[in-house]
Design a protein around this ligand. Structure first.
Ligand code: MG
Length: 192
């Protein structure tokens, strides 16, 4: 059994789409970032990688790499999930807390829960989505996400030794990411 924790924050910016937990939410401001700025999926990616001690999102998807510009953050989650599977683990459950002044997350929480569950291929009842406002924190123009995951050993699969990030060949990471990019966003990739 393994536990993983991830945290992220992004600043609100006018006139860009707001994506949280893979769900686009109607709001005048979105979250700025090199990718689609999905603060919840970034924290989830770090939680998954952290649980198997396999580095962090920045090491796999550096902002300096033009391939990740504007990309759907689902690609990050699915790449991390693949690393979890290779290490011989499966996701048991996820819990998350969002901290943001607006918009209210309540009306979107069920949709976010279902989308995150879908990305992780687990039941929606195993995904906690909670939200709070940043009382007294002075972070009204930012969205913050905390995510914790529990992994269990996959039955019938011998657990491979967890490799530190430096030992994962970059071509492997690139190949996984490329295939996910193609499967998730064929139209977008075609236009580039
Ligand atoms: Mg981020």
């Amino acid at each position: 059994m393994r536990i993983g924790y991830g945290w992220d924050s992004h600043e609100f910016k006018s006139g860009i789409p707001l994506k949280i937990g893979g769900v686009t939410i109607a709001h005048p401001k979105g979250l700025a970032g090199h990718s689609d700025g999905d603060v919840l999926l970034h924290a989830l990616t770090d939680a998954l990688l952290g649980a198997i001690a396999a580095g962090d999102i920045g090491a796999y998807f550096p902002p300096s790499d033009a391939r990740w510009k504007g990309v759907d953050s689902a690609v990050f989650v699915q790449t991390a999930l693949e690393q979890v599977r290779r290490a011989g683990y499966a996701v048991a459950n996820v819990d998350s807390t969002l901290i943001l002044q607006e918009p209210r997350i309540g009306p979107h929480a069920a949709l976010i829960q279902r989308r995150v569950a879908e990305l992780l291929n687990i039941d929606a009842s195993a995904v906690g989505v909670k939200a709070k406002t940043p009382e007294g924190m002075g972070t009204d123009n930012a969205a913050i996400a905390h995510v914790i995951v529990l992994l269990t050993k996959q039955a019938g699969k011998p657990r491979r030794r967890t490799r530190v990030l430096e030992e994962v060949p970059q071509p492997v990471v690139d190949a996984v990411a490329e295939s996910l990019l193609e499967s998730l966003e064929p139209q977008k990739r075609g236009k580039e």
